[in-house]
Design a protein around this ligand. Sequence first.
Ligand code: KG4
Ligand code: ZN
Length: 355
Amino acid sequence: MTRPRSTRPRLVLGIETSCDETAVAIVRDGRHIEASVVASQVARHERFGGVVPEVAGRAHLELLPKVLDEALEVAGLGASGPSPCDRRAPREIDAVAVTYGPGLVASLLVGVSFAKSLSLGWSRPLIGVNHLEGHLYASLLEDPEIELPAVVLLVSGGHTLLIGMSAPGVYQVLGRTLDDAAGEAFDKVARFLGLGYPGGPEVDRVAGSGDPERVHFPRALHGRGLELSFSGLKTAVVNEVRRHPELRTEDVAASFQAAVVEVLTDKALAAAAQFRARSICLAGGVAANSRLRASLCEAAAAVGLRLYLPSRSMCTDNAAMIAAAGTFRLEAEGPSPLHLGAEPGLGFPERSGPT
Ligand code: KG4
Ligand code: ZN
């Protein structure tokens, strides 16, 4: 008997391999996480001080089948057969969603090819998901009743965006960085300070015992529109440390973090005022930063805005957010073609919304 396929998928398998996390998740109705497995590759890239694309691609290839098996098992869907393509489709899974960009091409290609083989072998629709839109779904997954319109501050390793969201899928980019992303600045400063990789969490940890007022670093474009810039700040840190080698690393890290957070907080509030938003959502890896979370909490409360802070594990790359975004996209636009390709330079999907 053929299972009737509605346009509203109930159970979606998500795959995320855009950078250095190999992740598979299973999400019900776009909001209930049945399984979310993330295999970190930190140990493989650590000695190089950053992500090596070739190493990441190979690691995804090796890890994906294992991560899929684990996700199926956690969700109680079992796994049978020696390889994913031989395996019978778990009857309950309705669609396969995968990140197709932006990201590292070698990493994306592995995830997209794997998802296509599952989609073909299991006869389930394929849904290509924009990684950036995926990050937005971290908030929507944990709190589906978000007060709209909302402003999303999306701060990741490759992007820093202020997005006006009037409904899920209806977005407008209000501001973006003119140069480095906030996460990139964290990673570069961490590397310069000898704090290693991944840099953001290390700066966050070390800054905890530093004085954020020890050095007053520049706040670029502060109070001037919704564009952002972080490359000058990174250079200022390098110059200051070279001029004053006696400075404690903890104080430099704390002062740098304070500069980033002050700008991000003020710009998010300015964007909310301009967009007449009722709430602010934080998204992307840098959303895990302790000072940014605390600062936005305080600032949003002061002006009566609701704030949605995804749990830390949902801020960094995971496949649950991809499955959730995929559920929405399949419902709104139908499946992606099987010739879907990896798009490393894919931009944020600014749309006027599903019709
Ligand atoms: O969203 P994400 O996991 O991957 C991308 O899509 O880029 O973001 C990764 C970025 C990295 O730059 C990492 O250093 C940063 O998020 N990050 C943090 C923290 N945790 C991760 N930055 C500051 N503080 C943190 N606690
Ligand atoms: Zn990401």
